[in-house]
Design a protein around this ligand. Structure first.
Ligand code: GAL
Length: 429
């Protein structure tokens, strides 16, 4: 006889009714007592990033989950992936990690380091819920391996509205206009560009220049397909030249400082413009500076029709299986429309969804979302933020671009050669 049958036979009808009524309460009470803690390794440490994490933590508590941050600070995740690797090797993997980039995630999945999220994707109907390109991005060999949080647009030019208005200048839409605006500002004694010399921030500027110069196809030839001939192309030379020429618009000496310092400089009128992912918007908002009030956003000149993307994703590290349910619950929760709307509003990004609540977005996010939703023809993966290629290639290329920028004796041709060598050495033949 089945166990429950035996049990049922042994209790009176009234008692069993009572038990039925009391059971959900008891379950809820015991579950509340044992909210499950999940360690989440990430690199978010700025005001808006902390706000976004607080929101996630709060909402996850409704699901009896406790988000415990393992913070490895460093803009764009410099350092976080190194620590993640060493913790995994030491047998001390966190349960969850911010691991961005489809190629990297695929490598981790192939090594058996990640739990798949197939059941979650099925339950949450991700096929219908998520942007088609994101659904493709989070899959490897037919398995779903990551949960997307939001999509940042990297080719964003921020400007201080008061400073431009003072000189009666409109934000530039192409590079000729940029030169005119910059010249006028500089003549007026205004620092043109807030720009740090941190490698990933130089690389951000560089990749937007490549995009402006060569378009999506050429950009993909370089950083996704690593096509040898493209590195000798005059369009890359032109982008490198422009990168070097941008130095005249940045106050000397160059400073290696966090991205939040550049955002602060822009907001306080210390510089007129800044090229930065739209997480800059989240940050400025968190400090109380309003879009279309203190600052404005346009696309980086020459890239208005393109969306250079950076998708934040969480992966679930494979353990002994004990945390599996909690990991699944977290993945399901963060992709829910309600959390997506509120989280992305704070973060400055757009939701990963097909049908997000447009009313909850500001004008720039709405325009960005409409552009992104046009599909793969306009979507370009950021090299700097690991969307285009593997971590090794990304690190080496960012390093080469940085060296070129800070060392005037490295010629354009030499930088092209170095990038070509990196592409060749990291290509799998
Ligand atoms: C990106 C990340 C963003 C933001 C930024 C600055 O790589 O996707 O969410 O945190 O780095 O650290």
């Amino acid at each position: 006889m089945h166990r429950s049958d035996t049990a049922r036979g042994g209790v009176s009808v009234a008692a069993s009714r009572l038990a039925r009524l009391a059971l959900p309460v008891l379950l809820a009470a015991s579950a509340a007592a044992q909210a499950q803690t999940l360690q989440v390794l990430h690199w978010w440490n700025s005001t808006s990033e902390n706000k976004a994490i607080s929101l996630l933590g709060e909402r996850l508590r409704d699901d009896n989950l406790e988000w415990k941050s393992v913070l490895i600070p460093g803009g764009s995740g410099v350092g976080a992936s190194i620590v993640l690797k060493s913790r995994v090797l030491a047998g001390q993997a966190p349960q969850v990690a911010q691991l961005n980039g489809p190629v990297t995630q695929g490598e981790w999945a192939d090594l058996g380091l990640l739990h798949d999220l197939d059941a979650v994707a099925e339950a949450g109907k991700w096929e219908r819920l998520l942007q088609p390109s994101l659904m493709a991005m989070v899959q490897r060999r037919g398995h779903v391996i990551a949960a997307p949080l939001g999509i940042h647009r990297i080719n964003t030019l921020f400007y201080n509205r008061k400073l431009l208005a003072r000189f009666n200048l409109a934000p530039p839409q192409n590079w000729a206009q940029f030169e005119r605006v910059a010249t006028r500002l500089q003549q007026g004694g205004v620092a043109v560009l807030a720009q740090s010399s941190e490698p990933w921030q130089i690389a951000t500027l560089f990749e937007t220049l490549v995009l402006a110069e060569g378009g999506a196809q050429f950009y993909g030839d370089l950083f996704v397909r690593k096509d040898a001939r493209s590195f000798a192309d005059p369009r890359l030379a032109q982008a490198l030249q422009r990168l070097r020429a941008m130095k005249k618009w940045i106050a000397a000496p160059l400073q290696e400082r966090p991205w939040t310092d550049s955002a602060r400089q822009l907001a306080e009128g210390g510089a007129a413009m800044m090229v930065m992912g739209d997480f800059g918007k989240g940050e400025l908002n968190a400090w109380g500076y309003a879009l279309d009030g203190v600052f404005g956003c346009v696309a980086v000149p020459g890239t208005a029709e393109l969306f250079l993307y950076d998708v934040d994703t969480l992966v679930m590290l494979a353990g002994d299986g004990a945390d599996r349910r909690a990991q699944d619950k977290l993945a399901l929760a963060v992709t829910s429309p309600a959390i997506q709307a509120d989280y992305n509003q704070i973060k400055g990004s757009i939701p990963a969804l097909r049908n997000p609540d447009l009313a909850k977005m500001d004008s720039w996010s709405r325009a960005s979302w409409k552009l992104y939703a046009r599909g793969s023809a306009v979507q370009v993966p950021s090299l700097t933020h690991r969307m285009a290629t593997d971590e090794l290639t990304r690190d080496a290329m960012v390093g080469a671009v940085h060296r070129f920028f800070v060392t005037d004796t490295v010629s354009v041709a030499e930088a092209q050669r170095q990038l070509a060598l990196i592409a060749a050495a990291t290509s799998r033949k």
